[in-house]
Design a binder for this molecule. Structure first.
Ligand code: PRX
Length: 636
């Protein structure tokens, strides 16, 4: 009889050594590890210590002898109307060219390479090339602005940056190279060189002599390159991916090599049910963790064809994704709930127009999946739609069902159960004790974290421990910073963040980062940014600001003009994805007597809820100003 998920899960928690030892066989090791888990320095977990492997070898080379002519990567751009495919053999060739190009520019094992690229195949080549030679890639989402990019440059201190002349969004060119130039001017630790992949999107782009190199020219020099994989100890860093937290300073989530490869291989089998020779379509971006794990590494490690899509889900029309499913016989698809909410507003006929018989599952993650959207898409597709919950930090699912183990029924609005390997605990915020069924608690994981999860904060071990493992007194547990609840049947529901992180269309942003950006406007004295519920995007930032000189605010035009200036400042500092929905000007922010801004009360008012306990407020009239400012908003 087949093992139930409950038994499978129990094995993973009670005997992690034998469980993960078994899973380790899903990937290739050139030298076997000494121990499955070295947990001699909690909470730092070293998986497969002593083992030698390589992510790129597992994603590419391993498949060439058996499926060399099978498509590995299919790139479809509805932005520039192009489509290109690469077989595993061709991918291997391109990756080696890119690897040699980096070596030519002096990149060695352990060096950081920042990748700031649109969704083009070359981005996948350079990411895999880094993995091949043991360079540490740090992909930065193309929507981030120059100042943001500069902060990441200074933290990662890259040897090299790789970019493109431009990207395209909704048919509009988005310059990348100019932004990289600007970020390098702002950075204290700029890279020595920049490689630019020219798409012909920005013909006016200028090269800096001696520093900048053209991707195509370098590639031409190394057409026959043979670059063997560098074997890495399982715990050496593979990449850094920056993500937002409570402070204004993004954290560099560091990932290992062997643990990540095993975790992804196992997830392809037990969660996504993605088999070699089949096709996976993850509609996300390489700048996010979902892109790292399930556009690039996961499906390739599994020997699948991966689809890389540049474009939005409604252009040229709302059938484009379903056409891709039909034309490429996609078996598993993965995206964020926002995209589904966007599609829900379109003509449902688009879903009936294409043959979706190849599709087995649609997975959703990145933000809460509301029940009406879950019901709508399940009924429209007539396929299982699986909500699963995870974080940049974990690299793969924390809560999910695992149809590759057992077909458990899905409950709408719930990402099901703890994924195998996660010793999940819902803890009472105050006491740190486990809560019972239907009681709200903080979602935590008793360490060690399973393979694939972050191993530390880049260059800051102390910050890793401080940030993630010290929320509860006398208890070292990993906190996700999410509230959750478990029902009587054992299904979990995520109720939102416990910290100041918000989720805009599946993009994770720190309200502190946005506040810092707003404060960059020379006429802002102080501000508070909160996330407010938004029907389409899940949440949107909303800013309340105090002006230094309020003389401009006397007229509606003056206010509008000032609001626009503040929004432009945010665009420039962080990028348009962080732009507040509105900026309300007040003369005072609600604060406690000790000077702490009452963000929760502001947020409650902005969402038309009760502001809660206000006994500590310094000046109640401040709250009145917020109430007045948002009244118009709630009436919209
Ligand atoms: O608050 C949770 C929310 O997104 C956060 C992680 O975002 P990010 O680091 O960008 O990683 C996304 C990886 C898929 C979480 O702390 N979140 C993610 N998935 C869900 C979710 N909230 C509710 N339901 C989900 N399925």
């Amino acid at each position: 009889m087949r093992e139930t998920y409950r038994e499978f899960y129990r094995r993973s928690i009670e005997d992690p050594n034998s469980f993960w030892g078994e899973q380790s066989k899903l990937i290739h090791w050139v030298k076997p590890f000494n121990t499955v888990l070295d947990y001699s320095r909690p909470p730092f977990a070293k998986w497969f210590a002593g083992g030698l492997t390589n992510l790129c070898f597992n994603a590419v080379d391993r498949h060439v002898p058996v499926r060399g002519e099978q498509k590995a990567l299919v790139w479809i751009s509805s932005e520039v109307n192009q489509e290109k495919s690469y077989s595993y053999r061709e991918l291997q060739t391109e990756v080696q060219r890119a690897a040699r190009m980096m070596q030519y520019l002096g990149v060695k094992k352990g060096d950081r390479v920042i990748v700031y690229m649109p969704m083009v195949p070359e981005a996948a080549f350079v990411i895999l090339a880094c993995a091949r030679i043991g360079a540490i890639h740090s992909v930065v989402f193309g929507g981030f602005a120059a100042a943001n990019l500069a902060a990441r440059i200074d933290d990662a201190k890259p040897k090299l940056m790789i970019t493109a002349d431009g990207g395209s969004r909704m048919g509009k060119v988005v310059p990348y190279k100019n932004l990289v130039d600007e970020s390098i001017k702002l950075a204290q630790y700029p890279p020595e060189n920049v490689v630019i992949f020219r798409r012909g999107l920005d013909p006016n782009m200028q090269l800096v002599p001696g520093r900048d190199f053209d991707y195509a020219e370098l590639r031409d020099k190394h057409l026959g390159a043979k670059v063997p994989s560098v074997w890495l100890e399982s715990n050496e860093p593979s990449y850094i991916l920056y993500t937002s937290g409570t402070t204004g300073k993004p954290k560099g989530v560091q990932r290992d090599v062997g643990g990540y490869a095993v975790a992804l291989a196992a997830s392809m089998k037990y969660i996504y049910c993605g088999n070699a020779g089949e096709t996976m379509f993850t509609a996300s971006d390489i700048g996010w963790v979902v892109g790292h794990s399930y556009i690039i590494y996961g499906p390739l490690i599994a020997g699948m064809t991966t689809i890389m899509y540049e474009g939005v889900p409604v252009r040229p029309d709302a059938g484009i994704w379903w056409k891709i499913v039909q034309d490429h016989k996609v078996t598993v698809m993965f995206t964020a709930p926002t995209a589904i909410r966007v599609l829900k507003k379109q003509d449902p006929a688009y879903l009936k127009k294409y043959d979706l018989s190849s599709l087995r599952y649609l997975f959703l993650a990145g933000e809460p999946l509301d029940e009406p959207t879950h019901v709508w898409i399940s009924e429209a597709l007539r396929k299982p739609v699986i909500d699963h919950y995870w974080q940049t930090e974990t690299g793969w699912a924390i809560l999910t069902c695992a149809p590759g183990v057992e077909n458990t029924p899905v409950k709408f609005g719930s990402p099901s159960f703890a994924a195998y390997g996660y010793n999940l605990r819902l803890l009472h915020e105050g006491t740190g004790e486990e809560v019972g069924a239907n009681e709200k608690g903080v979602v935590t994981v008793a360490p060690p974290l399973p393979p694939g999860c972050m191993t530390t904060v880049w260059g800051q071990d102390e910050r890793f421990v401080q940030t993630y493992f010290t929320s509860f007194k006398n208890k070292m547990v990993y906190t996700t910073f999410d509230w959750g609840i478990r029902d009587q049947d054992g299904y979990y529901f995520i109720l939102g963040r416990t910290d100041d992180v918000i989720n805009v269309a599946g993009h994770r942003l720190g309200t502190r980062e946005i506040e810092e950006a707003v404060n960059m406007h020379p006429n802002i004295a102080e501000c508070a940014v909160v996330g407010v519920a938004d029907q389409l995007k899940g949440q949107m930032p909303l800013a309340f600001a105090v002006a230094k000189d309020a003389s401009k605010l006397g007229t509606p035009e003056g206010r509008k003009g000032f609001e626009k200036e503040v929004m432009d400042t945010v665009d420039k500092q962080l990028g348009a994805i962080a732009r507040p929905k509105a900026v309300h000007f007040v003369t005072l922010l609600p604060k406690t007597r000790s000077g702490k801004t009452l963000r929760r009360s502001i947020q409650a008012l902005a969402e038309g809820r009760d502001p809660g306990d206000l006994t500590t407020i310094e000046d109640p009239s401040s709250l009145e100003q917020i109430r007045k400012a948002v009244t118009g908003l709630n009436a919209e």
